[in-house]
Write a new protein. Structure first.
Length: 453
Protein backbone atom coordinates (compact mmCIF):
# COMPACT_ATOMS: atom_id res chain seq x y z
CA UNK A 1 0.00 0.00 0.00
CA UNK A 2 1.62 3.31 -1.09
CA UNK A 3 0.24 6.70 -0.09
CA UNK A 4 0.70 9.44 -2.72
CA UNK A 5 0.17 13.17 -2.22
CA UNK A 6 -3.32 14.24 -3.15
CA UNK A 7 -4.57 17.69 -4.03
CA UNK A 8 -8.06 16.89 -2.75
CA UNK A 9 -7.24 17.90 0.84
CA UNK A 10 -5.42 21.05 2.00
CA UNK A 11 -1.91 20.66 3.38
CA UNK A 12 -0.70 22.88 6.18
CA UNK A 13 2.87 23.42 7.30
CA UNK A 14 2.60 20.57 9.83
CA UNK A 15 0.70 18.23 7.49
CA UNK A 16 2.43 14.99 6.53
CA UNK A 17 0.27 14.27 3.49
CA UNK A 18 3.27 14.86 1.25
CA UNK A 19 5.14 12.04 2.87
CA UNK A 20 5.15 8.76 0.95
CA UNK A 21 5.50 5.25 2.31
CA UNK A 22 8.09 3.44 0.20
CA UNK A 23 7.01 -0.05 1.26
CA UNK A 24 3.71 -1.90 1.84
CA UNK A 25 1.85 -0.97 4.99
CA UNK A 26 2.84 -3.51 7.70
CA UNK A 27 0.12 -6.06 8.34
CA UNK A 28 -0.18 -5.20 12.05
CA UNK A 29 -0.56 -1.49 11.28
CA UNK A 30 -3.05 -2.29 8.51
CA UNK A 31 -5.25 -4.30 10.94
CA UNK A 32 -5.23 -1.41 13.44
CA UNK A 33 -6.10 1.08 10.65
CA UNK A 34 -9.04 -1.10 9.55
CA UNK A 35 -10.22 -1.29 13.20
CA UNK A 36 -10.07 2.52 13.52
CA UNK A 37 -12.06 2.89 10.27
CA UNK A 38 -14.62 0.33 11.43
CA UNK A 39 -15.09 2.14 14.76
CA UNK A 40 -15.55 5.53 13.05
CA UNK A 41 -17.66 4.03 10.28
CA UNK A 42 -20.81 3.90 12.40
CA UNK A 43 -20.76 7.64 13.17
CA UNK A 44 -21.02 8.65 9.50
CA UNK A 45 -24.11 9.01 7.38
CA UNK A 46 -24.56 7.08 4.16
CA UNK A 47 -23.88 10.23 2.12
CA UNK A 48 -20.56 10.75 3.92
CA UNK A 49 -19.35 7.26 2.97
CA UNK A 50 -17.52 6.48 -0.29
CA UNK A 51 -19.65 4.70 -2.87
CA UNK A 52 -17.85 1.36 -2.42
CA UNK A 53 -18.55 1.36 1.36
CA UNK A 54 -22.23 2.33 1.38
CA UNK A 55 -23.33 -1.33 1.02
CA UNK A 56 -21.75 -2.01 4.44
CA UNK A 57 -23.46 0.91 6.21
CA UNK A 58 -25.91 -1.35 8.13
CA UNK A 59 -23.30 -3.99 9.08
CA UNK A 60 -22.24 -4.45 12.69
CA UNK A 61 -18.59 -3.57 13.51
CA UNK A 62 -17.61 -7.24 13.65
CA UNK A 63 -19.22 -7.98 10.24
CA UNK A 64 -17.60 -4.87 8.75
CA UNK A 65 -14.18 -6.10 9.92
CA UNK A 66 -14.88 -9.51 8.39
CA UNK A 67 -16.40 -8.54 5.02
CA UNK A 68 -15.31 -4.91 4.36
CA UNK A 69 -11.70 -4.85 5.64
CA UNK A 70 -10.03 -4.56 2.23
CA UNK A 71 -12.60 -2.03 1.00
CA UNK A 72 -12.12 0.18 4.09
CA UNK A 73 -8.31 0.04 3.80
CA UNK A 74 -8.51 1.01 0.13
CA UNK A 75 -10.94 3.86 0.87
CA UNK A 76 -8.69 5.34 3.58
CA UNK A 77 -5.79 5.28 1.14
CA UNK A 78 -7.59 6.67 -1.91
CA UNK A 79 -10.31 8.89 -0.40
CA UNK A 80 -8.74 11.90 1.46
CA UNK A 81 -12.12 13.31 2.50
CA UNK A 82 -13.19 9.99 3.98
CA UNK A 83 -9.83 9.73 5.77
CA UNK A 84 -10.33 13.22 7.27
CA UNK A 85 -13.76 12.20 8.58
CA UNK A 86 -12.31 9.03 10.13
CA UNK A 87 -9.52 11.20 11.62
CA UNK A 88 -12.15 13.46 13.23
CA UNK A 89 -13.84 10.39 14.79
CA UNK A 90 -10.43 9.23 16.04
CA UNK A 91 -9.78 12.62 17.68
CA UNK A 92 -13.11 12.28 19.48
CA UNK A 93 -12.46 8.65 20.50
CA UNK A 94 -8.77 8.95 21.58
CA UNK A 95 -8.07 12.63 22.29
CA UNK A 96 -5.03 12.01 24.55
CA UNK A 97 -3.22 9.86 21.96
CA UNK A 98 -3.99 12.38 19.17
CA UNK A 99 -2.74 15.33 21.25
CA UNK A 100 0.48 13.47 22.09
CA UNK A 101 1.07 12.66 18.41
CA UNK A 102 0.38 16.27 17.37
CA UNK A 103 2.85 17.41 20.04
CA UNK A 104 5.44 15.12 18.52
CA UNK A 105 5.88 12.96 21.63
CA UNK A 106 4.02 9.63 21.40
CA UNK A 107 3.24 8.06 24.80
CA UNK A 108 6.09 5.65 25.73
CA UNK A 109 3.65 3.07 27.07
CA UNK A 110 1.46 3.10 23.95
CA UNK A 111 1.48 0.19 21.54
CA UNK A 112 3.66 1.12 18.51
CA UNK A 113 1.05 -0.40 16.20
CA UNK A 114 -1.69 1.83 17.66
CA UNK A 115 0.59 4.89 17.37
CA UNK A 116 1.51 4.10 13.74
CA UNK A 117 -2.12 3.44 12.78
CA UNK A 118 -3.28 6.73 14.34
CA UNK A 119 -0.47 8.65 12.62
CA UNK A 120 -1.35 7.00 9.30
CA UNK A 121 -4.99 8.10 9.60
CA UNK A 122 -4.17 11.61 10.93
CA UNK A 123 -1.26 12.07 8.45
CA UNK A 124 0.77 14.02 10.97
CA UNK A 125 4.32 15.01 10.21
CA UNK A 126 6.62 11.98 10.50
CA UNK A 127 3.88 9.38 10.10
CA UNK A 128 5.98 7.43 7.61
CA UNK A 129 8.75 7.01 10.21
CA UNK A 130 6.22 5.89 12.81
CA UNK A 131 4.67 3.35 10.42
CA UNK A 132 8.12 2.11 9.34
CA UNK A 133 9.28 1.85 12.96
CA UNK A 134 6.11 0.02 13.96
CA UNK A 135 6.56 -2.41 11.07
CA UNK A 136 10.17 -3.05 12.02
CA UNK A 137 9.17 -3.47 15.66
CA UNK A 138 6.45 -5.94 14.70
CA UNK A 139 8.88 -7.85 12.48
CA UNK A 140 11.41 -7.89 15.28
CA UNK A 141 8.78 -9.12 17.73
CA UNK A 142 7.63 -11.77 15.25
CA UNK A 143 11.22 -12.84 14.70
CA UNK A 144 11.81 -13.06 18.45
CA UNK A 145 8.57 -15.01 18.88
CA UNK A 146 9.47 -17.37 16.05
CA UNK A 147 12.96 -17.77 17.49
CA UNK A 148 11.51 -18.51 20.93
CA UNK A 149 9.05 -21.01 19.45
CA UNK A 150 11.88 -22.59 17.46
CA UNK A 151 14.02 -22.96 20.57
CA UNK A 152 11.06 -24.43 22.49
CA UNK A 153 10.31 -26.83 19.63
CA UNK A 154 13.99 -27.81 19.44
CA UNK A 155 14.08 -28.45 23.17
CA UNK A 156 10.89 -30.50 22.91
CA UNK A 157 12.33 -32.53 20.06
CA UNK A 158 15.53 -33.13 22.02
CA UNK A 159 13.46 -34.28 24.98
CA UNK A 160 11.44 -36.59 22.73
CA UNK A 161 14.62 -37.99 21.16
CA UNK A 162 16.02 -38.67 24.63
CA UNK A 163 12.79 -40.40 25.67
CA UNK A 164 12.74 -42.41 22.42
CA UNK A 165 16.30 -43.52 23.02
CA UNK A 166 15.46 -44.59 26.55
CA UNK A 167 12.35 -46.43 25.37
CA UNK A 168 14.31 -48.01 22.54
CA UNK A 169 16.98 -49.17 24.98
CA UNK A 170 14.35 -50.56 27.36
CA UNK A 171 12.46 -52.20 24.46
CA UNK A 172 15.72 -53.74 23.20
CA UNK A 173 16.45 -55.18 26.62
CA UNK A 174 12.91 -56.50 26.86
CA UNK A 175 13.13 -58.07 23.42
CA UNK A 176 16.41 -59.70 24.32
CA UNK A 177 14.86 -61.11 27.48
CA UNK A 178 11.83 -62.30 25.49
CA UNK A 179 14.13 -63.87 22.89
CA UNK A 180 16.07 -65.70 25.58
CA UNK A 181 12.82 -66.88 27.19
CA UNK A 182 11.52 -67.99 23.78
CA UNK A 183 14.72 -69.87 23.08
CA UNK A 184 14.50 -71.68 26.42
CA UNK A 185 10.82 -72.42 25.81
CA UNK A 186 11.64 -73.78 22.34
CA UNK A 187 14.26 -76.09 23.83
CA UNK A 188 11.74 -77.26 26.42
CA UNK A 189 9.14 -77.85 23.70
CA UNK A 190 11.68 -79.85 21.66
CA UNK A 191 12.33 -82.07 24.65
CA UNK A 192 8.62 -82.49 25.27
CA UNK A 193 8.09 -83.27 21.58
CA UNK A 194 10.72 -85.99 21.62
CA UNK A 195 9.14 -87.42 24.76
CA UNK A 196 5.68 -87.24 23.15
CA UNK A 197 6.94 -89.04 20.04
CA UNK A 198 8.33 -91.80 22.23
CA UNK A 199 4.99 -92.00 24.04
CA UNK A 200 3.15 -92.17 20.70
CA UNK A 201 5.34 -95.04 19.54
CA UNK A 202 4.75 -96.91 22.77
CA UNK A 203 1.03 -96.16 22.48
CA UNK A 204 0.93 -97.50 18.93
CA UNK A 205 2.62 -100.71 20.05
CA UNK A 206 0.17 -101.04 22.94
CA UNK A 207 -2.71 -100.37 20.55
CA UNK A 208 -1.59 -103.12 18.19
CA UNK A 209 -1.30 -105.50 21.15
CA UNK A 210 -4.77 -104.49 22.40
CA UNK A 211 -6.21 -104.97 18.91
CA UNK A 212 -4.81 -108.51 18.78
CA UNK A 213 -6.22 -109.25 22.24
CA UNK A 214 -9.57 -107.76 21.24
CA UNK A 215 -9.73 -109.96 18.16
CA UNK A 216 -8.98 -113.00 20.29
CA UNK A 217 -11.67 -112.04 22.81
CA UNK A 218 -14.14 -111.38 19.96
CA UNK A 219 -13.58 -114.87 18.58
CA UNK A 220 -14.01 -116.38 22.03
CA UNK A 221 -17.18 -114.34 22.61
CA UNK A 222 -18.56 -115.49 19.27
CA UNK A 223 -18.08 -119.11 20.33
CA UNK A 224 -19.75 -118.45 23.69
CA UNK A 225 -22.61 -116.61 21.94
CA UNK A 226 -23.29 -119.58 19.70
CA UNK A 227 -23.39 -121.86 22.72
CA UNK A 228 -25.69 -119.41 24.51
CA UNK A 229 -28.07 -119.31 21.53
CA UNK A 230 -28.31 -123.11 21.53
CA UNK A 231 -29.02 -123.11 25.28
CA UNK A 232 -31.61 -120.34 24.84
CA UNK A 233 -33.45 -122.33 22.17
CA UNK A 234 -33.47 -125.36 24.43
CA UNK A 235 -34.78 -123.36 27.38
CA UNK A 236 -37.43 -121.72 25.18
CA UNK A 237 -38.68 -125.15 24.17
CA UNK A 238 -38.88 -126.21 27.81
CA UNK A 239 -40.64 -122.95 28.66
CA UNK A 240 -43.26 -123.62 26.00
CA UNK A 241 -43.89 -127.07 27.45
CA UNK A 242 -44.22 -125.56 30.96
CA UNK A 243 -46.66 -122.90 29.74
CA UNK A 244 -48.79 -125.53 28.04
CA UNK A 245 -48.90 -127.60 31.24
CA UNK A 246 -49.76 -124.47 33.28
CA UNK A 247 -52.61 -123.55 30.93
CA UNK A 248 -54.01 -127.08 31.19
CA UNK A 249 -53.94 -126.92 34.98
CA UNK A 250 -55.61 -123.46 34.98
CA UNK A 251 -58.37 -124.76 32.72
CA UNK A 252 -59.02 -127.66 35.09
CA UNK A 253 -59.12 -125.24 38.08
CA UNK A 254 -61.57 -122.90 36.29
CA UNK A 255 -63.89 -125.81 35.50
CA UNK A 256 -63.84 -126.97 39.13
CA UNK A 257 -64.38 -123.36 40.37
CA UNK A 258 -67.39 -122.90 38.14
CA UNK A 259 -69.15 -125.88 39.72
CA UNK A 260 -68.42 -124.58 43.25
CA UNK A 261 -69.62 -121.06 42.36
CA UNK A 262 -72.85 -122.49 40.98
CA UNK A 263 -73.49 -124.36 44.24
CA UNK A 264 -72.78 -121.32 46.43
CA UNK A 265 -74.99 -119.04 44.31
CA UNK A 266 -77.84 -121.59 44.47
CA UNK A 267 -77.54 -121.77 48.29
CA UNK A 268 -77.53 -117.97 48.59
CA UNK A 269 -80.65 -117.60 46.41
CA UNK A 270 -82.39 -120.22 48.57
CA UNK A 271 -81.58 -118.25 51.77
CA UNK A 272 -82.78 -114.94 50.30
CA UNK A 273 -86.08 -116.39 49.10
CA UNK A 274 -86.59 -118.02 52.51
CA UNK A 275 -86.00 -114.66 54.27
CA UNK A 276 -88.46 -112.88 51.98
CA UNK A 277 -91.08 -115.57 52.56
CA UNK A 278 -90.56 -115.30 56.35
CA UNK A 279 -90.99 -111.43 56.17
CA UNK A 280 -94.28 -111.85 54.26
CA UNK A 281 -95.52 -114.52 56.67
CA UNK A 282 -94.72 -112.47 59.83
CA UNK A 283 -96.05 -109.22 58.24
CA UNK A 284 -93.58 -107.09 60.23
CA UNK A 285 -94.16 -103.29 59.95
CA UNK A 286 -91.34 -101.04 58.58
CA UNK A 287 -88.88 -99.74 61.19
CA UNK A 288 -89.66 -96.09 62.13
CA UNK A 289 -87.87 -95.99 65.47
CA UNK A 290 -84.21 -96.71 66.25
CA UNK A 291 -82.88 -97.93 69.61
CA UNK A 292 -80.93 -94.72 70.21
CA UNK A 293 -84.14 -92.71 70.09
CA UNK A 294 -85.53 -94.58 73.14
CA UNK A 295 -82.88 -93.13 75.47
CA UNK A 296 -84.13 -90.20 77.55
CA UNK A 297 -81.94 -87.07 76.93
CA UNK A 298 -82.12 -83.39 76.00
CA UNK A 299 -81.85 -82.72 72.26
CA UNK A 300 -80.26 -79.52 70.86
CA UNK A 301 -82.41 -76.73 69.46
CA UNK A 302 -83.18 -76.77 65.75
CA UNK A 303 -81.61 -74.07 63.50
CA UNK A 304 -84.05 -71.79 61.74
CA UNK A 305 -83.50 -70.65 58.13
CA UNK A 306 -82.46 -67.26 59.54
CA UNK A 307 -79.70 -68.94 61.61
CA UNK A 308 -78.51 -70.91 58.56
CA UNK A 309 -78.31 -67.70 56.48
CA UNK A 310 -76.32 -66.00 59.26
CA UNK A 311 -73.72 -68.77 59.15
CA UNK A 312 -73.40 -68.80 55.32
CA UNK A 313 -70.19 -67.60 53.72
CA UNK A 314 -69.96 -63.99 52.51
CA UNK A 315 -69.42 -63.32 48.79
CA UNK A 316 -66.13 -61.55 49.70
CA UNK A 317 -64.86 -64.46 51.81
CA UNK A 318 -61.98 -66.28 49.97
CA UNK A 319 -63.21 -69.55 51.59
CA UNK A 320 -66.08 -69.53 49.10
CA UNK A 321 -63.51 -69.91 46.32
CA UNK A 322 -61.99 -72.93 48.12
CA UNK A 323 -65.44 -74.56 48.27
CA UNK A 324 -66.04 -73.95 44.56
CA UNK A 325 -62.65 -75.41 43.60
CA UNK A 326 -63.19 -78.57 45.66
CA UNK A 327 -66.17 -79.55 43.50
CA UNK A 328 -65.52 -82.48 41.12
CA UNK A 329 -64.01 -81.42 37.75
CA UNK A 330 -64.00 -77.74 38.77
CA UNK A 331 -62.75 -75.24 36.14
CA UNK A 332 -61.44 -71.79 37.19
CA UNK A 333 -61.38 -69.10 34.43
CA UNK A 334 -59.49 -65.88 35.36
CA UNK A 335 -59.77 -62.47 33.64
CA UNK A 336 -56.00 -61.80 33.88
CA UNK A 337 -55.63 -58.04 33.43
CA UNK A 338 -58.82 -57.41 35.46
CA UNK A 339 -57.19 -59.17 38.44
CA UNK A 340 -53.68 -57.68 38.05
CA UNK A 341 -54.93 -54.12 37.58
CA UNK A 342 -57.05 -54.54 40.70
CA UNK A 343 -54.24 -55.97 42.83
CA UNK A 344 -50.98 -54.40 41.54
CA UNK A 345 -51.74 -51.81 38.81
CA UNK A 346 -48.42 -49.90 39.10
CA UNK A 347 -46.29 -52.82 37.92
CA UNK A 348 -45.40 -53.26 34.20
CA UNK A 349 -47.74 -55.61 32.30
CA UNK A 350 -45.06 -58.29 31.92
CA UNK A 351 -44.41 -58.41 35.68
CA UNK A 352 -48.19 -58.36 36.36
CA UNK A 353 -48.62 -61.47 34.18
CA UNK A 354 -45.68 -63.33 35.75
CA UNK A 355 -46.82 -62.59 39.31
CA UNK A 356 -50.43 -63.69 38.65
CA UNK A 357 -49.44 -66.86 36.74
CA UNK A 358 -47.03 -67.92 39.49
CA UNK A 359 -49.74 -67.56 42.13
CA UNK A 360 -52.30 -69.42 39.96
CA UNK A 361 -49.81 -72.28 39.48
CA UNK A 362 -49.55 -72.70 43.25
CA UNK A 363 -53.37 -72.57 43.56
CA UNK A 364 -53.78 -75.25 40.86
CA UNK A 365 -51.29 -77.49 42.64
CA UNK A 366 -53.16 -77.09 45.96
CA UNK A 367 -56.70 -77.66 44.65
CA UNK A 368 -56.20 -79.90 41.60
CA UNK A 369 -58.71 -77.78 39.65
CA UNK A 370 -58.35 -76.88 35.97
CA UNK A 371 -57.16 -73.25 35.71
CA UNK A 372 -57.34 -71.04 32.59
CA UNK A 373 -56.02 -67.45 32.60
CA UNK A 374 -57.18 -65.12 29.78
CA UNK A 375 -55.37 -61.92 28.76
CA UNK A 376 -56.49 -59.29 26.26
CA UNK A 377 -54.22 -59.65 23.21
CA UNK A 378 -56.20 -57.55 20.71
CA UNK A 379 -53.73 -54.62 20.86
CA UNK A 380 -50.54 -56.70 20.75
CA UNK A 381 -48.25 -56.16 17.74
CA UNK A 382 -46.78 -59.67 18.14
CA UNK A 383 -47.48 -62.77 20.28
CA UNK A 384 -46.23 -62.61 23.88
CA UNK A 385 -43.37 -65.05 24.50
CA UNK A 386 -43.66 -66.80 27.87
CA UNK A 387 -43.51 -70.31 29.29
CA UNK A 388 -46.93 -71.14 30.87
CA UNK A 389 -46.51 -72.38 34.45
CA UNK A 390 -47.40 -75.92 35.41
CA UNK A 391 -51.14 -76.49 35.78
CA UNK A 392 -52.24 -73.16 34.21
CA UNK A 393 -53.53 -72.70 30.65
CA UNK A 394 -52.66 -69.20 29.31
CA UNK A 395 -54.72 -67.74 26.43
CA UNK A 396 -54.53 -64.36 24.60
CA UNK A 397 -57.51 -63.09 22.61
CA UNK A 398 -57.12 -62.78 18.84
CA UNK A 399 -57.13 -59.40 17.01
CA UNK A 400 -60.65 -58.06 16.97
CA UNK A 401 -61.74 -60.26 19.91
CA UNK A 402 -61.71 -58.98 23.51
CA UNK A 403 -60.75 -61.02 26.54
CA UNK A 404 -64.36 -60.72 27.80
CA UNK A 405 -65.70 -62.40 24.64
CA UNK A 406 -63.03 -65.13 24.88
CA UNK A 407 -64.13 -65.84 28.49
CA UNK A 408 -67.76 -66.17 27.38
CA UNK A 409 -66.68 -68.57 24.61
CA UNK A 410 -64.84 -70.72 27.18
CA UNK A 411 -67.94 -70.86 29.40
CA UNK A 412 -70.23 -71.75 26.48
CA UNK A 413 -67.82 -74.53 25.43
CA UNK A 414 -68.25 -76.35 28.79
CA UNK A 415 -70.95 -79.06 29.08
CA UNK A 416 -74.02 -78.22 31.20
CA UNK A 417 -73.60 -79.20 34.83
CA UNK A 418 -69.81 -78.80 35.05
CA UNK A 419 -68.81 -76.40 37.89
CA UNK A 420 -67.17 -73.37 36.18
CA UNK A 421 -66.01 -70.33 38.21
CA UNK A 422 -65.12 -67.03 36.45
CA UNK A 423 -63.04 -64.42 38.29
CA UNK A 424 -63.71 -60.87 37.04
CA UNK A 425 -64.89 -57.56 38.47
CA UNK A 426 -66.44 -56.58 35.12
CA UNK A 427 -70.19 -56.57 35.71
CA UNK A 428 -70.98 -57.31 32.05
CA UNK A 429 -68.71 -60.38 32.14
CA UNK A 430 -70.17 -61.55 35.46
CA UNK A 431 -73.77 -61.26 34.22
CA UNK A 432 -72.97 -62.98 30.93
CA UNK A 433 -71.24 -66.01 32.48
CA UNK A 434 -73.95 -66.29 35.14
CA UNK A 435 -76.59 -66.61 32.40
CA UNK A 436 -74.40 -69.31 30.77
CA UNK A 437 -74.38 -71.34 34.03
CA UNK A 438 -70.98 -70.30 35.49
CA UNK A 439 -70.39 -68.84 38.96
CA UNK A 440 -68.90 -65.28 38.89
CA UNK A 441 -66.44 -64.30 41.66
CA UNK A 442 -64.93 -60.85 42.24
CA UNK A 443 -61.21 -60.29 41.55
CA UNK A 444 -60.65 -59.13 45.14
CA UNK A 445 -61.73 -62.57 46.43
CA UNK A 446 -59.10 -64.32 44.30
CA UNK A 447 -56.43 -61.81 45.38
CA UNK A 448 -57.26 -62.49 49.06
CA UNK A 449 -57.06 -66.23 48.43
CA UNK A 450 -53.70 -65.93 46.63
CA UNK A 451 -52.24 -63.71 49.36
CA UNK A 452 -53.15 -66.40 51.92
CA UNK A 453 -51.10 -69.08 50.08
Amino acid sequence: MVEAASGAEPAGPADGSAEVLDRPLPEGVRRRVVAIVSDGFGGLTVSELPAQLRQYARFTPSRRLKFAGNAMAAAVETEPLFRQRIAERLREAQPELVRALEAGSPPPAADPLDVAAAAYVLRLTGWVKLVTAAGEEAQRADAERVDEETRAELERLRHEVTELRERSRAETERLRADLEAARKEAESLHRKLRSALSDVKRGEAALRKAAAETESVRAENQTQLSAADSEARRLKARLGEAEAALEASRRAVREGRSIEDMRVRLLLDTLLESAQGLRRELALPPVSLHPAETVDAVEPGRMTPKDIAARALSESDPAILDQLLTLPQAHLVVDGYNVTKTGYPTMPLEKQRLRLLGSLSALAAQTGAEVTCVFDGAELAAPVLLAPPRGVRVLFSKPGVTADELIRQLVRAEPPGRPVTVVSTDREVADGVARAGARPVASAVLLKRLSRS
